[in-house]
Design a binder for this molecule. Sequence first.
Ligand SMILES: Cc1ncc(C[n+]2csc(CCOP(=O)(O)OP(=O)(O)O)c2C)c(N)n1
Ligand SMILES: [Mg+2]
Length: 520
Amino acid sequence: MPRLPVIPVRQVELEPGGLSISSSQIIEDYRTAYRSRLMSLTGTREVRTARATFVIFGDGKEVAEVAMAREFNPGDFRAGYYRDQTLMLATGMSDLTKLFAQLYADPDPAHEPASGGRQMTSHFATRLLDEDGEFRQLVKLRNSSSDVSPTGGQMARLLGLAYASKLYRHEPALADAAERFSVHGNEVAFGTIGNAGTSQGLFFETINAAGVLQVPMALSVWDDEYGISVPNRYQTTKSSISEALRGFEWDEHTGSGIDIYVVKGWDYRSCRIAYHEGISKVRRTHIPAVFHVVDMTQPQGHSTSGSHERYKSRSRLQFEHDFDPIDRMRQWIESLSLLSPEGLDELEAEDERLVRACRREAFEDLVQPIHRDLNKARALIGDLAVRMGGPPKLQAQLRSLANPEQVNRKLVHSAVVQALIASRGDRSDAREALLAFKDSYERENDRRFNSHLYSESPQSPLRVGHRPPSYSKTSELVDAREVLQRCFDHNLKKDARIFIVGEDVGKAGRRQPGVPGSQR
Ligand SMILES: Cc1ncc(C[n+]2csc(CCOP(=O)(O)OP(=O)(O)O)c2C)c(N)n1
Ligand SMILES: [Mg+2]
């Protein structure tokens, strides 16, 4: 193992008399950002060589995300989108091997806990439930809701997560439920959205509702100037979402609105200060905040499909090159003399080895169980071929399994089915064994790919017993509307976590026939 350079222990004052952080923290953040970039570059190569399919990576957003992650505490929640791999790494909500496992769509949740390979790559999530379907003690964990693909789809749940903190802070009846979910409503809901995503109606509804409700929502807009090929001037008023939002800014007379911060995505120092001050305030006051992070880049373009050289001007591409956040952060570290360029080179080389090893590990984890199945299928088909005197059709199936270009479960299953078809009419034990293998392989794969489409926990609504209505001569006769109202009353009384939001459901709300008007 090569000896790594020693990082001198030093405090770095980011602003006079303000936030001061340790040199080791800075180097750690740089390395997380650098590893994340390597993951993006390596992952792209995997797509180009057909070991993975279409992917969008988080390159160009790394530095703001490591800064944000420093303020992300246990109990906090994320509702974001596909650019957040660095945030996931920096908060420990994921790691490099797991990110590669997602790239390969590994269906084993032990390898790919976000969705067991069922979601698109870069759709992040953490496990909120334990093996029995019960909520884990989320207050001790850093949490992420599961990403959705429509841009802006994360907004409503971001608001809901922030609103939960407010309810926990102000609703004494929730004290018991709070044990797993909240410490006095101190949890911040961190949101992320792209600049183009802010054109969605859901974005504006969320900003408005957060400004009215005053909930601890911290929404970062990753502004890389583009939404695929469309620049800001064609989709955002004044070409700047923070300028467009000025009317929403918090003011003390109404006690409503949001705080707005604008910061450059390549400037680690400014990002650290903005997130430190901004998030502390959100946590303390529950005044929501938007962080408009500008000057972000897309070193590899929007995704692994398409090429941004086709629609970005030469000067824009030059800007993206000159303001690459990783390069800028490295230059800043060098300017502080925290480490020599050679020292940084050594750390980078070490990180390159690490990313390579994680990729390999994730790929091996994916293919080893398939190789085991493949070898078993080959042995069984081989036995059958011997039993039948080596008919050409079985030999063909054996050949298909001998040196496949890609190993996958479809290959194994298809060879087994073809061998069974080719051997129909045979009554040997060898064929019975192959048939048994096929049946159990199908059951196993059904579980692997089709389970948990609905809750399988004791709380599953599918497990609620059916109780038919019973009437007697003396049963009270009421309008259906009142039946609904009593149902609401009963449930609201039964479980303090149930509450109703929506239009016209307040104290005087009388228009929704089922909703009890007297509820808070
Ligand atoms: C509702 C919806 N419309 C269109 C798309 C296709 N789409 C995926 S990403 C994207 C661009 C998003 O750009 P931006 O919000 O700026 O995020 P960036 O990728 O630049 O970080 C579009 C249009 C989608 N996923 N959902
Ligand atoms: Mg964009």
